[in-house]
Design a protein. Structure first.
Length: 324
């Protein structure tokens, strides 16, 4: 358990790393202040669970198991500006989920500036498959998994919701045989369409409003011959990848119920991003809702209070179904 002083130091360190003042608001809101011990629901925290490896690096998550678990799980994407780090995990922010009985998986992905968005998406899919393949170990129902996050974490959540895929039955790794689909999404102010960002035709693939977030969009591919990664510079290919990593591109009628909480004064991720995907989800017949925070920008000091709405959404769509 981290104390208030340690949270203050973590907040300060991450604030210095911020690429944008607005991004700082997200980090401060997500970290917040450490909750008092008396207010914390009883839970077990298992740190640094390895869900995969790449290039000799371990991919990890922290698992929070409440004393009175309800059998459902929530994946929390530890990500802001596609930066992911262990010190960004705040048990106080997920307190409401733990109180409601959700087992929470705080997942770290390969972080910018070393890794790009497509690589982070692969990590989140791997984490989802790992959690499902170890459902019995974690005492969760593999068909009752939700996902949440804010900003970049919201984007990753929506991508998991709209682009999750079934497993490969013949895969050598048993984890890869599992599905990466989730059953509900509830997130904060996510980017949803990098090619129509704030208005039709506005390209934000590491440019424009997101020009200070270039590293996650420096897409690369592995070259044969001399084994190395080379940056993709062809504009058509960059736009193709930008479209592929935009959740709105993948919306279909079998997507999970989705809730987005978004401030109407957000300058970094315009509320238009939430509006257009909610409209498309509804058009596809998917239960979807936009909760507007009047006057709020990209993050607000009491974001933790809005976790009750997130938990309500999961209560509605991840509740255990009665047996026939």
């Amino acid at each position: 358990m981290l104390c208030r002083e340690m949270f203050a130091r973590s907040t300060h360190a991450l604030t210095r790393r911020c690429l944008s003042g607005l991004f700082c608001l997200v980090i401060v809101a997500l970290l917040g202040a450490a909750p008092a011990h008396a207010d914390e629901p009883p839970y077990k925290r298992t740190e640094d669970v390895i869900y995969g490896r790449k290039f000799g690096t371990a991919l990890t998550m922290d698992v929070f198991q409440p004393e009175k678990a309800n059998g459902a799980a929530v994946i929390f994407c530890v990500s802001g500006g596609w930066h992911s780090a262990k010190e960004m995990i705040n048990p106080g922010f997920i307190k409401t989920l733990l109180e409601r009985g959700y087992t929470v998986f705080a997942v770290m992905h390969g972080s910018e500036p070393r890794f790009t968005i497509p690589e982070a998406l692969e990590d989140m899919s791997r984490a989802t498959r790992y959690i499902r393949s170890h459902a019995a170990d974690f005492k969760i129902d593999p068909q009752r998994i939700g996902i949440s996050g804010g900003s970049a974490g919201g984007h990753l959540s929506l991508m998991q919701g709209t682009a999750g895929a079934e497993g490969k039955p013949d895969a050598k790794d048993p984890v890869d045989r599992e599905s990466s689909r989730v059953q509900a999404v509830a997130c904060f102010f996510p980017p949803t369409d990098f090619l129509n960002y704030g208005k039709p035709g506005e390209n934000a693939i590491g440019r424009g409003v997101l020009k200070n977030f270039r590293a996650p969009f420096d897409f690369v591919e592995l070259q044969s011959g001399p084994n190395h990664f080379a940056q993709i510079t062809d504009e058509k290919r960059v736009e193709e990848i930008g479209r592929k990593i935009s959740p709105i591109t993948h919306v279909t009628s079998d997507d999970p119920p989705t809730l987005i909480i978004h401030g109407d004064k957000d300058l970094l991720v315009p509320i238009q991003q939430a509006e257009i995907i909610v409209e498309k989800l509804k058009g596809a017949g998917v239960p979807a809702e936009l909760s507007v925070k009047a006057g709020a920008a990209h993050g607000w000091p009491d974001m933790g209070n809005d976790m009750a709405k997130i938990a309500d959404w999961f209560d509605k769509y991840l509740a255990e179904k009665p047996k026939p």
